[in-house]
Design a protein around this ligand. Structure first.
Ligand SMILES: [Zn+2]
Ligand SMILES: [Zn+2]
Length: 366
């Protein structure tokens, strides 16, 4: 079938929104009509060549939609199902999957590198040119063919503009707090950088009744949004060393500090704002090869833990539907995260907005 998609042909070149061909779903695959897709920092990392991508490729890894057709071996009752797409559908056989860590599935990692679906081919093409998939998703398009277990059923009561955020940013932020760091009620939390993921971490901290919840961001309206979503304090790093400001609010330091930007300097501020025996959680992803420093003495003497967080340690098939129910019930307040909504043919504008640092989540609707 002919679909509309935003095709990336080279780093730093504008995505081309045009018609391309999408083959029907094969065995264990489904065809999804995309209803909404978020723009995540990882998409920007590919666009700017910070991370390698097999080219040409259709980006987008934060999508929600509705199943329109199924391949062999998939129950036809799934047609019409509302879904969120995941870039880490469990293969169920690799070591991380067997350990309940589907976010680290080795098969999904291989799919991310190759740009192919599980059978080693693509469903996307333009004439004789094969076009690659991004991480089994490729949601910057009107339609996508994905693995059947990568299309996670979610309640139809949740607006797709909000549901799509569960494909990456919101799940990453919330679960970094609730699962990866396992923050308990009454523990003190600081969140450094209040973009989509950082604000979601604040939502997660509120969900588990952390207290206080300290937001750190240089942009005034992001601090205001953080306070609206549940932060008890907001700090401007321009007012002086952010770690010292955090320690002025919580003497001795917070139990958990979350870095949601991917900057070594900010990771250092997190590390210095945590109490003895506390935990620094690194969520933000820099370009590959970026190094950060920390005081080894502090790690050993004070049993300071540094945790990496990939999608918050979520098992997407388990946790995405759960978060969707919480969001539909209004317990997880996602509406304020979305500040802009643009059609697919204006994706260049959407990307510029996402990069400006002034927007919340920018959502694209085909
Ligand atoms: Zn696996
Ligand atoms: Zn993402």
């Amino acid at each position: 079938m002919r679909i509309t998609a935003a095709v990336m042909t080279a780093p730093e070149r504008p995505l081309q929104v045009r018609e391309i061909e999408l083959d029907p779903p094969r065995a264990d695959e489904v065809l999804v009509r995309i209803l909404a897709t978020g723009i995540c920092r990882s998409d920007l990392s590919y666009i700017h060549g910070k991370w390698p991508a097999p080219l040409p490729i259709v980006l987008g890894h934060e999508g929600a939609g509705v199943i329109e057709a199924v391949g062999q071996g998939v129950s036809p009752v799934r047609v019409g199902e509302r879904v969120v797409l995941t870039f880490s559908p469990a293969c169920g056989r690799c070591r991380p999957c067997l350990e309940g860590r589907a976010n680290l599935c080795l098969d999904a990692a291989a799919g991310l590198d190759s740009g192919l679906l599980r059978d080693g081919t693509t469903r996307l093409s333009d004439g004789a040119t094969r076009i690659h998939h991004l991480a089994y998703v490729s949601s910057f398009a009107s339609h996508a063919v994905v693995p059947a277990n990568g299309a996670l059923p979610v309640t139809g009561e949740l607006d797709p503009r909000l549901a799509c955020l569960l494909g990456c940013g919101v799940t990453t932020g919330v679960m970094s707090v609730t699962r990866r760091a396992n923050v308990r009620p009454g523990e003190a939390v600081a969140v450094f950088a209040c973009g989509g993921v950082g604000l979601a971490a604040i939502l997660g901290a509120r969900l588990v009744s952390a207290h206080p919840i300290i937001a750190v961001d240089p942009v005034p309206h992001k601090r205001a949004l953080a306070l609206q979503l549940g932060a008890t304090h907001a700090i401007d790093p321009a007012d002086g060393d952010a770690a010292l400001q955090v320690r002025a609010i919580v003497p001795g330091g917070v139990d958990h500090a979350f870095e949601a930007l991917g900057e070594p300097d900010v990771a250092d501020q997190c590390f210095r704002s945590v109490r003895d025996g506390g935990v620094t959680v690194l969520i933000g992803q820099p370009a590959m090869g970026v190094k950060a420093g920390f005081d080894v003495y502090d790690v050993t003497q004070f049993e300071h833990t540094i945790l990496g967080s990939n999608m918050g340690g979520a098992v997407p098939a388990l946790h995405v539907p759960q978060l969707a129910r919480l969001a539909a019930a209004g317990v997880l307040e996602l509406e304020p995260l979305v500040t802009h909504e643009l059609p697919l043919d204006r994706i260049a504008e959407a990307i510029a907005l996402a990069e400006s640092g002034n927007a919340g989540r920018v959502v694209v609707v085909p």
